[in-house]
Design a protein around this ligand. Structure first.
Ligand code: M6R
Length: 363
């Protein structure tokens, strides 16, 4: 049931601190990850892994894109990420030592399942499914599985399934790094242990974000910007807004702005940007100035320590400080809340947007 919440989506957004705890439960020990969380063969399979291919659809695909930044940076393995409906019709070249990973909330998405069946004919070292539904087809047919333990997700727009997938993918990153005898990344493990409470703080911004949402209700378009691992978070923010409020939204890596989309920016175009405290911050700030100079209305979700100040046309929502590696998880939450409140204002069917199904079991 929805309990005190108005919509399932709202309930599922607010469940995130507790399901983040659940996905971590029993999978860390001290300042290290437990590789065997991925099953008895994981140690051997990860040792053999020289690159990773990750396949998914929709929101799950955005989680895969974040994992690419993490696996390359923290486990030093090359990664390819692709939507399942493209992968399955290509002629993929699979170098020796490739691990095949699928991500899916439902475990029944037709294209993702077909991609797994196809991949099994291509000589991967093994297959791993990161999934939320025990006993689903994807889980039954993969060599290794890691359950995301988000509990049933009823809202068609995926929220807690996404953030728990991200946690699972960080566990994968740390496990591959450890199995290959690389760094243990103790500081990331420690940050994972406090992640749930930092997310709680971000959700406390709810009423501030609700106020902000009024600026979007009459808009027809919105632009989301992010850099690095926050580019996929911008994509996910845009997808949420499209899905439930039917506002056309696009996401760009901020550095691409001047290669085309800047032409769209005027006072009618809200631009939403995520600005965590990372090494791309200074570059991002200059991208934001490009928007400002064209009269664009900016909404910036920023680390409280970075000192982006509100000015004319810039609204700043400050987020708690978090370990750089986990920032994509945290910055997802205010974007979910924003699209939720915009949809409520517009009076759309938040939990069951038009034309969409929770589980896409047709091709
Ligand atoms: O169950 P899956 O994770 O495989 O589903 C994939 C997509 O259909 C799903 O994420 C879809 O994009 C959501 N409606 C997004 O909110």
């Amino acid at each position: 049931s929805k309990g005190d919440y108005r919509h399932y989506m709202q309930k599922e957004i607010f469940e995130q601190p507790s399901v983040i705890q659940a996905v971590l439960e029993g999978r860390l020990s001290g300042s290290s990850v437990l590789v065997e969380s991925f099953g008895p063969d994981a140690q051997v399979l990860f040792q053999k892994t020289r690159q990773v291919h990750i396949i998914a659809c929709g929101t799950s695909y955005h989680a895969a894109m974040v994992a690419r930044y993490w696996l390359e940076r923290y486990a030093c393995v090359p990664v390819q990420v692709e939507v399942a409906s493209e992968y399955r019709y290509r002629h993929p070249v699979v170098p020796e030592g490739s691990l095949f990973v699928t991500l899916s909330q439902s475990g029944e998405t037709a294209d993702t399942l077909a991609a797994l069946r196809f991949a099994k004919t291509l000589g991967y070292v093994g297959t791993l499914a990161i999934c939320n539904v025990p006993g689903s087809s994807l889980v039954r047919e993969s060599d290794m599985t890691l359950m995301t333990r988000a509990g049933p997700e009823i809202g068609v727009a995926s929220t807690k399934a996404f953030t728990t997938q991200l946690v699972a993918l960080m566990l994968l990153t740390l496990s591959v790094s450890k199995a290959k005898g690389q760094e243990e990344h103790a500081s990331i493990v420690e940050a994972l242990q406090t992640l749930s409470s930092v997310c709680e703080q971000a959700l406390a911004l709810d009423s501030q974000i609700e106020q902000l949402s009024q600026a979007f209700a009459e808009k027809h378009h919105a632009l989301f910007l992010g850099r690095g691992a926050h580019y996929p978070i911008a994509l996910e923010g845009a997808l949420k807004l499209k899905e439930i409020s039917y506002i056309h939204a696009e996401a760009y890596p901020a550095g691409e702005l001047k290669h085309g989309p800047l032409a769209l920016v005027d006072s009618e175009m809200p631009v939403i940007s995520v600005a965590p405290n990372d090494d791309l911050l200074e570059k991002l700030k200059s991208n934001l100035q490009e928007v400002r100079a064209r009269g664009g209305q900016l909404f910036v979700f920023a680390d409280k320590n970075v000192g982006i100040k509100p000015e004319d046309n810039i609204q700043v929502i400050e987020l708690p400080h978090i370990h750089e590696a986990l920032a994509p998880l945290l910055y997802t939450l205010p974007l979910q809340l924003l699209s939720y409140h915009v949809a409520v204002l517009k009076g759309t069917d938040v939990d069951q947007p038009r034309n969409l199904a929770k589980s896409v079991t047709v091709e």
